[in-house]
Design a protein around this ligand. Structure first.
Ligand code: AHR
Length: 601
């Protein structure tokens, strides 16, 4: 029996309870949500003596010689590509030309009728013709433009708009010529022109996140923020300003290069576009393998203060003016920062904490020390809690915060997921256990302030970390069962939590909660009762709702069930909605009603 009653001790779930966590992992961002099609656009991925991967050379040794040098016009990313075309004139080049080709992130998705903006920097000593094209299988040109460049020792910025005349999911960008000569190229970008609000976010993936109605966006990591070494940590100042001038860096934790087209500014912009509060995680002078202290820490502290000024400062301030120059004079609504990720190191923490509170007393500070079992021994507004575990343990962890001290800082469960063999790529079993955990967090939402699943995305071509909430490739995507569980919970943020009691002899496998909210479309008063059955048998449940001052209406009452025939059932590109919630009318809706809960639902 679940007994949900609205007549005493009801309380409001925090307004910003459910959110999302975005990290540069699994090519979530570059090659994912960030719509840039070119990978390694500045030829910086290796070092000065060259690693132009994934660019490849079109033509043989007798017709073209490609290398890199340090002649770029950009100060912070000096590597440029040098292309010496040996054919042309008396020894004609192949008709299709010679040059370079970029496959993007496991193939570019080019769609008929869509427009793409190509920007690149070029220097050529003599006049020459170049062809810029999206190319499909069998050298088919999906879109192309011929341009004349050169006869100058200066770099020229070129912008071409290409409209595709055919579709292909695995295209490449080619820059070719049939003219003999020496050419330099740098900062080659290809952006679809239909990104979300023109802000650079891939529309279909943005929509998937937006539909979770996240109230906050934690970014940009994760371990990505820390780096294996501090040299490769995320340093926000290298990620703002014109994209051409950003050096990019090696994401050495998740082992790939990122051009940092999606930098600190773009994270703040994404939060704003999602109507979510940004939660900025910055490097606290600690990587996975190193840490600095004393005077070596000062630049990190200054970076953090400057980063807050970049987000919140007035447009005339030192860093606020950089933001304004990027097109956002209005301050972003930054209210939370996290001092590092998973590094509970007291001395560094206190230095950051005190300096930030002195300059920005209203900013809420998140500590990485766990305060769930015993009180924190450092000042903080929130403490971060991460959990990756088995399904049985995740179910059991629904009571994790029952005994947490109510006098200390509140909890931010910023990463949770069932993983390993119980989850595979995202199973029903994992999702059901996570639903139970979330019900436990709702019950404890007087001390748990915010929660987000991790990781958010997986580019199927780069399985660094599974499972994830949303799986995609260059053109398609689906939500895992864990995604759909989150969707069921979206309306809890800011709802009224109703006390429930569960009387059962199967208490090892059942958990329930109830909330009261206004319907977003009809403004009617709804009670949502959520029950998880983590057992192998169906359960007959009598649900009693007491304290109502009007009759429950049958019309408009619904039942939403997430289950499947096998525990390890997953969604996939071939069957993207195998495990999704199914809604049906609840004919029996009343103050007392019987409901049958399928096993693992
Ligand atoms: O979410 C994947 C990783 O798990 C994050 O980078 C890190 O914070 C945690 O260890």
């Amino acid at each position: 029996v679940v007994n949900a009653t609205s007549n005493f001790s009801a309380r409001r779930i925090p307004d910003n309870f459910f959110g999302v966590f975005l990290e540069e992992i699994n090519h979530e961002v570059s090659g994912g949500l960030w719509a840039e099609l070119v990978s390694n656009r500045g030829f910086e991925a290796g070092n000065a003596t060259s690693n132009i991967y994934p660019w490849s050379i079109i033509g043989d040794n007798s017709s073209i010689y490609v290398s890199t040098d340090l002649t770029s016009c950009f100060k912070r990313n000096k590597v440029a590509l040098r292309m010496e075309v040996l054919c042309g004139g008396t020894k004609p080049c192949p008709c299709s030309g010679v040059g370079i080709s970029n496959p993007g992130f496991w193939g570019m998705n080019i769609e008929e009728g869509k427009k793409y903006q190509i920007v690149y920097y070029v220097k050529a000593l003599a006049m020459a013709d170049l062809q810029i094209s999206f190319t499909g299988t069998g050298d088919k040109k999906l879109a192309s433009v011929n341009v004349t460049v050169g006869n100058t020792t200066n770099w020229t910025r070129m912008v071409n708009i290409l409209e595709a005349n055919a579709s292909y999911h695995n295209a490449s960008l080619q820059i070719t010529t049939t003219t003999k000569g020496v050419y330099w190229l740098d900062q080659v970008s290809a952006m679809p022109m239909d990104t979300y609000k023109g802000n650079g976010f891939r529309n279909d993936l943005f929509k998937m996140v937006a539909e979770l109605k996240p109230k906050f966006l934690r970014f940009p990591g994760g371990c990505f923020v820390e780096g294996n070494t501090l040299n490769n940590a995320f340093r926000w100042k290298d990620t703002v300003g014109p994209w051409e001038e950003r050096p990019g860096h090696l994401n050495d934790v998740w082992n790939y290069w990122t051009d940092d087209g999606f930098g600190y500014f773009e994270g703040l912009q994404l939060a704003e576009d999602l109507h979510a509060l940004p939660i900025w995680v910055f490097n606290a002078g600690i990587s996975l393998k190193e840490q600095v202290n004393g005077s070596d820490l000062s630049p990190y502290v200054q970076d953090a203060l400057d980063g807050i000024e970049f987000a919140k400062g007035c447009p005339t301030s030192r860093w606020g003016s950089v933001r304004a120059a990027m097109g956002h004079p209005k301050p972003f609504d930054l209210r939370y920062v996290a001092i590092g990720n998973e590094d509970c190191w007291k001395r560094n923490y206190l230095i950051f904490h005190d300096k930030i509170k002195y300059s920005y007393p209203d900013i809420k500070i998140i500590s990485n020390c766990d305060g769930s079992d015993k009180p924190l021994n450092q000042p903080a507004d929130l403490f971060d809690f991460h959990i990756y575990t088995s399904s049985t343990d995740m179910f059991a962890k629904s009571t994790k915060f029952d005994k947490t001290s109510r006098s200390g800082p509140k909890a931010f469960v910023s990463e949770y997921a069932v993983w390993k063999e119980d989850a595979a790529m995202g199973s029903l079993l994992a999702a059901v256990a996570e639903a139970a955990f979330l019900i436990g967090l709702e019950k404890n939402s007087d001390i748990v302030e915010m929660v987000s699943y991790a990781p958010l995305f997986l580019n199927i071509n780069d399985k660094r970390w599974i499972p994830d909430a949303i799986v995609f490739d260059s053109y398609q995507h689906y939500g895992t069962p864990s995604y759909w569980v989150q969707k069921v919970f979206t309306e809890s943020s800011g709802a009224i939590f109703l006390p429930t009691t569960l009387n059962t002899n199967s208490s090892n496998s059942l958990i329930a909660s109830a909330i009261n909210l206004k319907g977003s479309e009809d403004n009617q008063n709804y009670i949502r009762i959520k029950v998880v059955n983590f057992g192998v048998t169906p359960e007959n449940l009598l649900i009693c709702v007491s304290g109502l001052n009007s009759t429950v209406r049958h019309l408009g009452s619904t039942k939403t069930v997430l289950t499947s025939s096998n525990l390890m059932d997953e969604n996939s590109f071939l069957d993207p909605i195998k495990v999704v919630p199914h809604q049906s009318p609840l004919e029996s809706a009343a103050e007392e009603m019987n409901v049958i809960l399928p096993p693992y639902s």
